[in-house]
Design a protein around this ligand. Structure first.
Ligand code: FMN
Length: 217
C-alpha cells in the first residue's frame, strides 16, 4: 500500500501572520512568551507540547514529545524520569533541542541549549501539584525499560495505592524530577505565502546579549 501520491497533493498556503526582525523582542524568551500566549489564546490542543531531541549513547539523534511546565529565569522546564532513555542521554551529553509546532498559527519555534536538573525543591513543589494518579505513575513506571505486560503496571499501581493512600503522603521519587534547558539559540518560524517563510534566529553572544538574524527559508 502506498500513500506517497496522496501526501504530495497536500498543500497548505501560509498567509496568517508575518515576522519582522525589527519588530521582535530583544529577548527570545520574551518573544517566546508572546507567541506562547497567542497559542494559548487560539485554543490549540496542548500548546505546551514540544519535541525534545537529544543524542543517544551511540550518537544517534532521538526525539520524543514532552510537555513544557514552566519558563523560568534559567530556561524551559520539563519533568520526566531521570532513569529513562532521555535521562541517561542527558546525563552523558547535557544538551538538547526543543521544537514547538503551533500549526494553527503557522508557527514553529526551535530552541537549542544545555540541559541540567532543576533544584530538588522545585521538583518537589511541582510533584505535589500533580494529580494523585500521575504521582503514582511516576513511582510505578520504570520509564523506557522493557516490561513483561500491562498487568505488571496494574499490579504495581495497586501496591503503591495501598502504600500511599493519598496525595498528602506520597513522596517525590529519587528517579523523577525536572530538567531545565538553558537556551543558547532560538529560531522563530512564521509560515508565509509561496514557501517564502520568515525565520528569525537569536544567537547568544554574551550574557543577555542576543544577536538577531534573518535566515533564508
Ligand atoms: C503529548 C505528549 C506529552 C508527553 N509528555 C511527557 C512528559 O511531560 N514527560 C515525560 O516523561 N514523557 C512525556 N510523554 C511521553 C514521551 O513522549 C516518551 O514516550 C517518554 O518520555 C519516554 O521517552 P524516552 O524513552 O526517550 O526517555 C508525552 C507524550 C506525548 C505524546
Amino acid at each position: 500500500m502506498s500513500i506517497s501520491l496522496e501526501l504530495s497533493q497536500l498543500r497548505q498556503e501560509y498567509t496568517r501572520h508575518e515576522l519582522d526582525e525589527k519588530m521582535v523582542h530583544l529577548s527570545p524568551t520574551h518573544q517566546f512568551s508572546i507567541w506562547f500566549n497567542e497559542a494559548l489564546d487560539s485554543q490549540i490542543l496542548e500548546p505546551n507540547a514540544f519535541t525534545l531531541s537529544t543524542v543517544d549513547l551511540d550518537g544517534f539523534p532521538t526525539a520524543r514529545v514532552l510537555l513544557l511546565k514552566e519558563l523560568s529565569e534559567t530556561g524551559f522546564v520539563f519533568y520526566t524520569n531521570y532513569e529513562s532513555a532521555k535521562g541517561k542521554e542527558i546525563e552523558k551529553n547535557p544538551y538538547g533541542a526543543m521544537t514547538f509546532l503551533w500549526l494553527e498559527l503557522q508557527r514553529q519555534v526551535r530552541i537549542k541549549g544545555s540541559v541540567s536538573k532543576v533544584k530538588r525543591e522545585t521538583s518537589g513543589e511541582y510533584f505535589k501539584s500533580r494529580p494523585f494518579e500521575s504521582q503514582l505513575g511516576a513511582w510505578v513506571s520504570p520509564q523506557s525499560k522493557i516490561i513483561p505486560n500491562r498487568a505488571f503496571l496494574d499490579e504495581k499501581i495497586q501496591k503503591y495505592q495501598q502504600k500511599y493512600s493519598s496525595s498528602e503522603n506520597i513522596p517525590l521519587p529519587d528517579h523523577w524530577g525536572g530538567y531545565v534547558l538553558n537556551p543558547t539559540e532560538m529560531e522563530f518560524w512564521q509560515g508565509r505565502m509561496g514557501r517564502l517563510h520568515d525565520r528569525i534566529r537569536y544567537r547568544l553572544n554574551g550574557p543577555q546579549d542576543w544577536i538577531i538574524e534573518r535566515l533564508a527559508p
